[in-house]
Write a protein that binds this ligand. Structure first.
Ligand code: SF4
Length: 63
């Protein structure tokens, strides 16, 4: 499993980037806003902290 971000919902809070213990995300310019991007999906430990901390429920874990 690894996280997928719904960029229709994402506001660039970066909560996932800050909370992830496995360094799965990086911050990149996206839609003219700095947003988290999944760059190391293989490192995800499925802890679900990013899902829990996202203020707009923009993240889900998928296979
Ligand atoms: S589930 Fe955990 S390890 Fe995986 S991306 Fe989210 S915070 Fe990181």
């Amino acid at each position: 499993m690894h996280p997928v971000i719904d960029y229709e919902k994402c506001t660039g809070a970066l909560a996932c980037y800050e909370v992830c213990p496995a360094d799965v995300f990086e911050v990149k310019e996206k839609d003219e806003v700095k947003k988290a991007v999944v760059v190391r999906p293989e490192d995800c430990t499925e802890c679900e902290q990013c899902v829990d901390e996202c203020p707009v429920d923009a993240i889900e874990l998928v296979d």
